[in-house]
Design a binder for this molecule. Structure first.
Ligand code: MN
Length: 242
């Protein structure tokens, strides 16, 4: 095993995929793979239902919890809402288990959109079932019916993410209708939209866990600051291997 892995060109980054769709396919938007590769990482797709979490983490160098549909609100004591879509129990349970294991082990983790929501729920936080019901329409976080849109985010200058990106105010590709309601006690809010929506969190007692509510993979091909999130993640993982 160890000999085989020496031939990899970079650190092995596990990416969680979407659940089974109606055509019985496991899907993964290619932008996640492209962004990890541009950073020098080797992507390994992990579809839901993988039960050997410890085994998977033992071969990986980093974990990326990707975006996707909504979590089942029952997982955080929430209510069903007419806008909630793509509930996938297999994916929810797989990713919660992966996230908890990554948190317990201090395993390097980048969480994006749904991934941020998974991390918050895994640590005991809750979500807004439908963000516009709470913050209104001052900032648009998703275009109807379900399309991405861009908005600005302010980042705490002291946090790891700001140092990584080299900016404290960035334009982000936003594609969500849910967000953190009660932040998990272990997490620190590190970025906000103008309407107060939590747009990024970090886990203080963890070597490298950054979670963003926006989609850096959608603009990383043309926005160096967004690509730096992936570059910084892969660089840090590389340093740990040496
Ligand atoms: Mn947003």
């Amino acid at each position: 095993m160890e000999n085989k892995r020496k031939s990899l060109s970079g650190p092995l980054i596990g990416l969680t995929t979407y659940g089974r769709n109606e055509e019985n396919e496991f899907m993964m938007p290619a932008e996640y793979v492209d962004s990890v590769r541009r950073a020098g990482g080797v992507p390994l797709l992990i579809p839901p239902g993988q039960t050997d979490v410890a085994g998977i983490l033992s071969i990986l160098d980093g974990l990326l919890l990707a975006g996707g549909g909504d979590l089942d609100p029952a997982l955080y004591g929430g209510e069903m809402h007419e806008t909630i879509y793509m509930i996938d129990t297999e994916r929810d349970l797989s990713e919660l288990e992966l996230a908890k294991a990554a948190i317990d082990r201090g395993f390097p983790t980048l969480a994006i959109c749904r991934g941020l929501q998974i991390v918050n729920v895994a640590l005991g936080g809750t979500l807004h079932e439908h963000l516009p019901d709470v913050v209104g329409e001052e900032v648009t976080h998703r275009l109807p019916p379900r399309e991405p849109v861009e908005h600005h985010v302010k980042i705490d200058p002291q946090c790891r993410l700001a140092k990584l990106m080299g900016e404290t105010e960035v334009l982000t590709a936003s594609w969500h209708h849910q967000a953190i309601d009660k932040i998990a006690p272990a997490l620190t809010m590190t970025a906000q939209a103008e309407d107060g929506t939590i747009e990024a969190v970090e886990l203080a007692d963890h070597p490298w866990l950054i979670a963003v509510q926006w989609h850096p993979e959608l603009t990383s091909h043309r926005d160096a600051h967004q690509q730096q999130i992936f570059d910084g993640f892969v660089d840090w993982v590389c340093k740990q291997k040496k």
